[in-house]
Ligand binder design. Structure first.
Ligand code: AGP
Length: 606
């Protein structure tokens, strides 16, 4: 949450800073601000609301300088006001900072600093004053001294008005990437703003401070010891982070799915041996055989992808598997043995709850592996192995293609574990073939978007709805419901079809529709009965059904057809019409689908 960005070099800083803020806007969009140094003067501009507002203000002012920092905010401490917008200055006006994270002991630090007149209600302003307190001519040392007193999380970039050839950056729990250019450096909360300029990056680790000057970069730890960092190469390109003619990122990312799914499975399916091979697992065959429990840790959409994995691990490999919402896992003293395998599933790889839970699992001795999209992210680096999902940059706040690719990778892992245990070659082969057929089937769903749009318009004015599914379609119901609520703001809940009669059915009436995922699988007849119970309460019913199922029209007011596949793989297809449904409803209601209210893409606070 919150995006920070910085530039030092020979060019004007503003164009990169502004473009970078736009790229990072998914991380928060309550307010934004920018500071550049012109000679030894700070030029500062701030606005409340989305980046466009800041861009408007920038047009009306001269804003020059080739060193600068900027910030897009997702409010934690203090309301959404100009005063609380970053960058924040020290009281004497000499130091300025952008901060992503939360300073937990801010009250203590405020007392320590004594009588200072603060302009904002933020913990960040206390931090910049703390840095100023320690400043004796060396900005890096001042930052280091201040951070030694701080408890909490931060990604910061700091400037001093008399030091016009250096920035200081530091990280603890909030991501920070430094892009290496020719005689220039770019700093950002993630690599996407850098892609147009360089693919050489340095990932700062927790507890590291970088002094970034025009021609050099030096990194230290909090003990003031210098550290040698590797410059890494990232293979995402700028084009992947563009809308490519789509109206917004969410639609583009929905349509990316057939392509990026192929990227996820490429080279990972071995048809000859009817298995999958995910080298990053980093476990010997003996260690794999001993695994007697799997825990999948994730939040939100990633946790619904994890549910897809749970069903597959249990069915194919016979390994008891749990899905744990990260924020719950950590605080309930989970039972972990040396044969427990824990996967952290995360698009960003920076979700604070997931990171904390994985650290706890590691402390307790589990094998901890990551299933992550963002290359070089914290989870990718802190786990002892795992797999990139290769979804490419996902910039819409609502996750779509990452869900699909996480599910795909978990299915591959389940196949790999299954084949190393009890799963027959015949079943393995069927699964491999079915996995390879998925992209074409996805495309056929996307090609039916106009029909889905028409249905969306019929459902857009309801205030409530239920999503129901059973077995493999239960995670689909959960994800469909989350998508709808987060981008359209329509209240929706999801239940296993069989749960309705235990309470939720009381809510049904003719203005409370039900969306049922009811493809032809072993639970089809059970779902049929559940939906009949719904019909008896006069609710309108939209059914996601298998192509060729004509009978379902007796039950449904509307039907969206999807191609058939193996039951465990159904979420890879059945989720797509629900993504489109949510999308078209949200657009019809005039919502900002890429940046829904109150949300941020990367939730780096607990
Ligand atoms: C998805 O649409 C949500 N915005 C959200 O639930 C998200 O999936 C969750 O915050 C987890 O993020 P991660 O995958 O980056 O860890």
């Amino acid at each position: 949450m919150c995006g920070i960005i910085g530039y030092i070099g020979n060019k004007q800083a503003t164009p990169f800073l502004l473009q970078g803020l736009r790229r990072l806007e998914y991380r928060g969009y309550d307010s934004a601000g920018m500071v550049v140094i012109d000679n030894t003067n700070f030029n500062c501009i701030k606005s409340v609301g989305k980046i466009d507002k800041l861009a408007e203000k920038l047009k009306q002012t001269k804003f020059t300088g080739n060193i600068g920092i900027a910030h897009t905010r997702w409010a934690t401490h203090g309301g959404v006001t100009i005063e609380n917008a970053h960058p924040h200055f020290s009281a004497d006006g000499s130091i300025v900072l952008v901060h992503n994270g939360i300073i937990e002991n801010y009250r203590e630090l405020k007392d320590f600093l004594g009588n200072i007149e603060y302009k904002s209600e933020t913990d960040s302003e206390i931090l910049v004053n703390l840095i100023a307190h320690f400043y004796k001519g060396d900005l890096r040392i001042a930052v280091e001294s201040a951070l030694l007193k701080v408890r909490g999380t931060y990604g910061i970039v700091v400037m001093h008005k008399d030091k016009t050839d250096c920035l200081v950056a530091a990280r603890m729990g909030s991501p920070l990437v430094i892009g290496v250019g020719e005689g220039e450096y770019y700093l950002a909360s993630d690599a996407t703003p850098l892609l147009a300029h360089t693919n050489k990056v340095v990932f700062l680790e927790d507890g590291e401070i970088a002094e970034v000057c025009r021609n050099s970069i030096q990194t230290y730890n909090l003990k003031d010891e210098q550290i040698v960092k590797c410059v890494e190469q990232i293979d995402w390109n700028d084009e992947q982070a563009e809308k490519q003619g789509y109206e917004n990122f969410m639609l583009k990312e929905i349509y990316d799915q057939p392509t990026v799914y192929k990227d996820a499975i490429r080279g990972r399916i071995n048809l000859d041996e009817a298995t999958a091979h995910l080298g990053g697992l980093n476990m010997t065959p003996e260690q794999m055989k001993k695994v007697d429990r799997i825990i999948l840790i994730a939040c939100g959409t990633a946790s619904y992808a994890a549910m897809v994995g749970k069903y597959a691990f249990e069915r194919l490999a016979g390994i008891p598997t749990e899905v744990d919402v990260a924020s719950e896992f950590r605080y309930r003293d989970p039972i972990i043995t040396e044969n427990t395998l824990v996967f952290g599933v995360s698009q960003s790889g920076e979700t604070a709850d997931t990171i904390a839970a994985l650290r706890e699992a590691k402390r307790k001795g589990a094998y901890v592996r990551g299933i992550v999209n963002v290359v070089g992210s914290t989870i990718a680096r802190e786990t002892d192995g795992g797999t990139y999902i290769h979804a490419g940059p996902e910039l819409a706040v609502a996750s779509t293609k990452a869900y699909t690719n996480m599910s795909a990778i978990l299915l591959l892992y389940a196949l790999q574990f299954g084949r190393s245990r009890r799963l027959s070659i015949a079943t393995g082969e069927r699964i491999c073939k079915a996995l390879l057929e998925i992209p074409e089937k996805m495309q056929s769903i996307l090609d039916n978007a106009d029909a889905i749009k028409e249905i969306a318009l019929k459902y857009k004015d309801y205030k409530n709805c239920f999503f129901l599914g059973r077995g493999s379609n239960y995670p689909v119901a959960r994800e469909g419901s989350l998508k709808l609520k987060e981008i359209s703001y329509i209240h929706s809940e999801s239940y296993p079809g069989g749960e309705m009669k235990h309470g939720p059915i009381a809510l049904l009436s003719d203005d409370f529709p039900v969306i049922a995922i009811m493809t032809k699988n072993q639970l089809y007849d059970k779902m049929w009965n559940n939906i009949q119970e719904v019909k008896a309460r006069n609710s309108k019913v939209l059914i996601i059904a298998t192509i060729g199922d004509e009978k379902v029209k007796d039950l449904a007011d509307d039907v969206i057809y999807v191609p058939d596949t193996m039951e465990l793989l159904e979420p890879l297809l059945n989720t797509l019409p629900l993504q489109l449904l949510a999308y078209y409803i949200a657009v019809a209601l005039g919502r900002d689908v890429d940046r829904p209210r109150n949300l941020a893409k990367s939730v780096t606070v607990e």
